[in-house]
Design a protein around this ligand. Sequence first.
Ligand SMILES: *Cc1c(COP(=O)(O)O)cnc(C)c1O
Length: 403
Amino acid sequence: MSDLAIVAEKLDAVDELAGRRAEFVLDTASDRAADAAGVYLDGNSLGALPAVVPGRVEDVVRRQWGELRIRSWEESGWWTAPERIGDRIAPLVGAAPGQVVVGDSTSVNVFKALVGAVRMAGEGRDEILVDATTFPTDGYIAESAARMTGRTLRPVAPADVPGALGERTAAVLLNHVDYRTGRLHDLPGLTAAVHEAGAVAVWDLCHSAGALPVGLDEHGVDLAVGCTYKYLNGGPGSPAYLYVRRELQDRFDSPLPGWNSHAEPFGMRTGYEPAPGALRGRVGTPDILSMLALEAALEVWDGVSVEAVRAKSLALTDFFLECVAAYVPAGRVECVTPVAHEERGSQIALRCDDAGDVMKRLIERGVVGDFRAPDVLRFGFTPLYVGFADVERAARVLARTLG
Ligand SMILES: *Cc1c(COP(=O)(O)O)cnc(C)c1O
C-alpha cells in the first residue's frame, strides 16, 4: 500500500460523514461489469441516486396517482409541494422559510429572476451585467431578458463587477461557482457592491448549493436560482428553485405569471392578482413525479450540517491535489481551480491538451468525471458519498491513464 493510500484510510476512519454513503446507490452493475471499483466524481453534473428514492417514486405512482388519483392534489400534498420542498432546500442555502419555491428548470428561473430584478430596479437603470464566464444558458437568457426589457447587456468577469457598477446598473447576474474552473466567487462582497450601486443582485447557485454554505439571508442576496440534480441529488431534470428575499416579494413582478401563482388559483378569474410570498414564483402545474423524487432525495440531508460538508469537501479536494502532485508527472496537467480555500468550490479542474481522450479512458477504467471543451478534465467531489480512498484511487488511475 502506498503512503497516500494509508493516509486515505486514516482520513476515512475519522470522517464524520462516512456513514452517509450507505444512503446512496453506489456499487452499480455497470461498475462491476467494467471490473473497476467505481469512483463517481461527476455528482456536480448528476448526483448519485439516494436509496430512498425508488420506493418513494413507486408509491407516488402506484398509490398516490394510481389509487388516489385527483384526491392526491390535496391528500398527498401535491398542490403545496413547490413551497414545502422549497422550505426543505432553504436551510441548505441559508434562507429562512417562505422564500424558496421549487419548479421549472434553472434556465426558466434565471428568466423569472432576472426580468423580475430589472423590473424592481426601475426605469432609470438601463444596463444589465452578466457574468462573462457564466454557464452558457444564463448568458443566453440574460441576452433575451435584456432585449425584452429594453436594457443593454454587458458581460463582465466577476472580479471586474465592482468597477463596472454604476447608476445605470439595473441588475447583476452571477454564478456563485464557475462550472468550468471550480472558482468560488465572493458572494458577500459582490452582493454588497451591487447594493452600494443601488442595483439588484441575482445569483446562480447550481454549483454551490449542497456543497458549501451560501448564506442567502445573511448576505442580503436579492434573488437566487439553482438546480437540484447536481449536489442535491434530485435526479435527471429534477425541478430547480427560485429564492426571492422576503422584503422584495411584494415587488417581485414575475414575467411568467401563471395560474399557480395567482392569489386565488381556483377562482379562475380573468384578471391576474399575484399570490403573496414565495408562491409568486410559481407558474403552471408542477411536475409532481420529479418533484416528489426530489423531496425523497433531500432526506439524505437530515441531520447534516452544510459546514461539515464544506469542511470535508475542502479536505477531499486538497487530498486529490496532493495525490495528483505525487502520482502524475510534473507538467502533464495544469490545475485551473484556485488553491486558496476561499476561492474554491467543490470540484477540481485539470487542463491538458488531450482531455477529451483522457476522460474517455478514465471512464472505461471506472473513474467517472467529465470533460468540458476544449481541454478541461472536471472532477466533482460530493462529500456525502465520496471518501478519501476513492480520491486516492481516482488519482492513481488518472496517473496511469495519463502516463
Ligand atoms: C447546471 C447549470 C445550469 C442548468 O440549467 P438547466 O436549465 O437546469 O439546464 C444553469 N446554470 C448553471 C450555472 C449551471 O451550472
